[in-house]
Design a protein around this ligand. Structure first.
Ligand code: SF4
Length: 402
């Protein structure tokens, strides 16, 4: 077994010269070239570029500028790339500038226009579910390019390359009822011990409006996406044991995402997959929210790898090193924890102690899909480019349309 660390190629938004050869775009190009070189893409291969195209009023999804450059590079191999995502995001992609004309390749709904083009994959009864409906278009492709926007996520703290496949690689019903449904595999409400009065008080006291009570059924439900584990409900419960806050409910979602990711990756040959993640416009919530948000971490750059665990770990480590922009955190994150004594990841500080963003990565690593033992290989670092002889530049005497 090789003792070599897995390489994660990194391009910083910072540049050593104010010239295009040292720019961020040049770094994205170079990283794409390296990954294409390392991936066995063959002429006529159908290359699925899985990305999230966003919803309604969101504008912080991946810039079409980079998508087009990546698409053009894949086309040069003789393969046929296409972009894919859920049907609604595809249908409305034009609102965020994504079209076949701008991206350079078709944009295809991942599970068909009615979200029913799926293939059932068994998951052995995890969280009470036997199977998931994997998007059919992924099964049809020969190569997978997992192109992600790194940002926070309400339910698990973090959205990146894993979440892009785990939630984006399935039909809507699987995504919402089963994958997100894993949160509900542990009981959080004891009907016998809790009275309707207590349930109503809990709903009223939750500062994040994360509790809902159905009086007719005497059922209390927690929205795990919105819960920030402030513990107020446990304080109101006063040790009666009517309401619980089981950590397993939070991690079950992350484990389910790991399983879902594994099933997507199993449909491709390992040498036909690569990952590129952009650490730009890093917001607290994911792009599924369909709205613009303040960025809570400075722009960092781009990472690329052929290993999903390595790229996710590197992305999280880079964000941890960069730290939060505290003044940009929306005021409704009332319990954001800035205690420097706690070795929390910035996303944990915002989303709560049970939403450790590394958790899902650990689950995937345990499955043997990749390794967190990575090394950063910086491409066109500011130090390097500051010493490089720039290519000669010609200024336009007349329009050249280059
Ligand atoms: S822990 Fe806090 S945010 Fe979560 S459900 Fe209880 S009161 Fe609401």
């Amino acid at each position: 077994m090789s003792s070599e660390k897995v390489k994660v190629y990194f391009g910083s938004v910072q540049h050593g010269r104010a010239l295009p050869f040292a720019s961020f775009a040049a770094k994205v190009d170079k990283i794409t070239d390296i990954l294409i070189e390392q991936t066995k893409i063959e002429p006529k291969d159908k290359v699925a570029i899985k990305m999230h195209l966003g919803f309604s009023d969101g504008y912080q999804t991946l810039p079409v500028f980079f998508i087009r450059r990546i698409v053009e590079k894949i086309k040069k191999t003789g393969a046929f790339p296409f972009i894919t995502d859920n049907p609604t995001a595809v249908y409305n992609a034009v609102n965020r500038g994504y079209t076949e004309y701008t991206c350079g390749c078709p944009i295809i709904p991942i599970a068909g226009v009615k979200d029913g083009y799926v293939s059932s994959v068994g998951i052995g009864g995890f969280a009470g579910f036997d199977s998931l409906d994997l998007a059919g278009v992924l099964k049809d492709a020969d190569v997978l390019v997992d192109l992600s926007h790194i940002k926070g996520h309400g339910a698990c703290g973090f959205g990146g390359a894993i979440k892009n496949l785990a939630l984006g690689g399935y039909s809507g019903p699987t995504r919402w009822k089963k994958i997100h449904g894993a949160n509900y595999s542990s009981d959080m409400w004891d009907k016998e011990k809790g009275t309707p009065e207590l349930a109503k008080k809990l709903v009223e006291m939750c500062p994040y409006h994360a509790l809902n009570y159905n009086e007719e059924k005497h059922e209390l439900r927690r929205n795990y996406h919105d819960c920030r584990q402030c513990m107020t409900c446990l304080e109101v419960d006063q040790g009666m044991g009517a309401v619980k806050l089981p950590r397993e409910s939070y991690t079950a979602f992350q484990e389910m995402m790991a399983i879902a990711t594994q099933k997507v990756l199993e449909t491709f040959k390992p040498e036909k997959i690569f990952y590129i993640s952009f650490l730009l416009q890093i917001t607290a919530y994911c792009d599924c929210l369909g709205m613009g948000q303040p960025f809570i971490v400075n722009d960092i750059g781009v990472v690329g790898s052929t290993d999903i665990v390595a790229i996710e770990t590197a992305s999280l480590d880079l964000i941890k090193e960069e730290g939060l922009i505290e003044k940009n955190i929306p005021p409704f994150f009332k319990n954001a924890d800035f205690d420097p004594e706690k070795d929390f990841h910035p996303f944990t500080r915002v989303h709560g102690p049970y939403k450790d963003p590394y958790e899902v990565v650990r689950f995937v690593e345990k499955m043997g899909i990749g390794t967190s033992d990575y090394e950063i290989v910086e491409i066109l670092s500011p130090k390097e480019t500051s010493k490089m002889e720039p290519p000669k530049r010609q200024f336009e005497g007349e329009p050249t349309f280059f």
